[in-house]
Design a protein around this ligand. Sequence first.
Ligand code: ACO
Length: 331
Amino acid sequence: MTKMNEKKVGIIGLGKYLPEHRLSNKDLEKIVDTTDEWITARTGIKERRIAADNEATSDMAVKAAKNALENAKLNPGDIDLVIVATITPDMFFPATACIVQNKLGINSVPAFDISVACSGFMYGIAIANQFIKTGVYKHVLVIAAEKMSSVTDWTDRSTCVLMGDGAGAAILGEVKDGGILSVYLGADGSKGDLLNMPAGGSRIPATVSTVEGRLHFLKMQGNELFRHAVKIMAEAAMKATEPLGLKGDDISLVIPHQANIRILNAVAKRMGIDPAKKLYLNIEKYGNMSAASSAVALTEAVEEGRVKKGDTILLDAFGAGLTWGAVVIKW
Ligand code: ACO
């Protein structure tokens, strides 16, 4: 919560980029043993975007960042720090944030990646909030960008139907009214094996046998993750809202990480909110874009007029790690 003398920090510009190519459930029926009915009923997803072969995470990140700069009426030179939340970086190193920073032509400002999977946009907002409210930086660019298709096993029907590619970006800065009211973050490394990409790091470096064993693709224990996701997202929502004395009724709109419509409806039920009125969903169009999901969802909620000045919104996410985070913002 904001203390006296601290600056009020808010989101002053939002942007997004979604690759052109749409992969529908019907298209997936031709790739793996699945059906449109199964995917729609079990996940809420109808289609997802897939980046082009020559389109890397940084390319999508830059487009989302430029869109956010335009909406904030700022130039790249106004940015003091670049953070990219991603688990699908262009390469292990340098950081994708450095590649983005260079492409934006702002080569002296600090830039780094954060790797907390789907919670990345929450963690990025939390870091930006600290730097701005303490007066270290004026404008922080937080980008959440993922090319999940690059780590998806297109022979595994239990995961390939879930993921999509895209990028969302937010510029944070000082605001006169409202802004970020609370931030809550958490993690539990003991459950890291529920969702991971086993090879390619220092534990199991890339070899012919790791490639043949398909160990460079995302592996997931979906059922177990589902159970944790509902509990974690509901708890994170409570931890972010309770210190402010807010109840479900006081929240204008919940904008969650778009993992699975059944997870989100269960979270809404636990929070005592009506999903039809107060739960923002765009999972149908994009699937799970990991960190990019909540950033794109917030951008579209604002574009569609679902978030109005004075509204109190809740962002809520969980992801591999496990990690989680929730942010309350007065718009
Ligand atoms: N099409 C048809 N059938 C399928 C498919 C598919 N695409 N995938 C699985 N099935 C089958 C299974 O083989 C199983 O068949 P069986 O009963 O004959 O064994 C049956 O459907 C039921 O499988 P479940 O895994 O029990 O299905 P469930 O209802 O749990 O749905 C799902 C699976 C959608 C993956 C769900 O568990 C889920 O959404 N979990 C959470 C995933 C998640 O949020 N992951 C992202 C975390 S965020 C991040 O950090 C990237």
